[in-house]
Design a binder for this molecule. Sequence first.
Ligand code: URA
Length: 282
Amino acid sequence: MTDKTERETVVAARAWLARRRAAGAAVVYRVAGEEIPAPGIATAGNEQAGNAPAARKETRNANAPAGNAPCIRRRTAPAQAGLFGGAPAASPAEDDDMDLGELEAAVAACAKCALRETRTKTVFGAGNAARRIVFIGEAPGRDEDLSGEPFVGRAGQLLTKILASVGFDRDDVYITNILKCRPPNNRDPLEGEVEACEAWLRRQLELIDPVLIVALGRVAGQNLLKRNASLKVLRGGVHYYDDIRVLVTYHPAALLRNPNLKRAAWEDIQLVRKLYDEEMAG
Ligand code: URA
């Protein structure tokens, strides 16, 4: 990253933080060494007052899709070359006017990390943003890399069944990943890749304005929450990304490998449904 790009990124991030603070949100990001304390962790179904964000959002994000707007996978013209000053892009948060379709086009042109060399397609995310629930996996696999759609392989088929078990149609929730490009041989994401992709996910979530995020697996949970904890620990509580509730559960691929985990995963998805219904009920 050049000095200029870094400076621009920090300025954009600071502006974003200021907007979040002005909106009354508890902020958990770190910008240029300035650490903003995370709100902590509460036990599932038993959040302590001190752990919950000081101020929960009362209003919808003005950018978020209205009402029961259909699927947000709007296709727009690819981002103009040099939209972010050429590769590598600085930060998508700099362009506050981008909608999800434009953000997707910008991600398709992303050259911020070496995965640009090996990917077939970027995998931005899919589903209905208006339902305000987001499931986040680790990174695209082979099937997703080829199709450009998240969770379409065997793990994705299981995810579809898990969602259906509590009345969610997979097209009616939003599904994305920490990384938008497939790591070669499905290896774990590298720290630099997560960092490079982070601003895309952050802006995506800002636009979707979810009431609940579900991280699928340890890698998704750790990278989203910036916590180097085991899946066991992460599964045991309600966390916060900014002021948005986060639950962490098993990655469907882990359930394929070890069907004995399905009972615990079943309990997790019931809790997801319960918290989501509570949040939507207001
Ligand atoms: N695994 C993931 O984490 N994400 C996908 O999109 C597919 C498989």
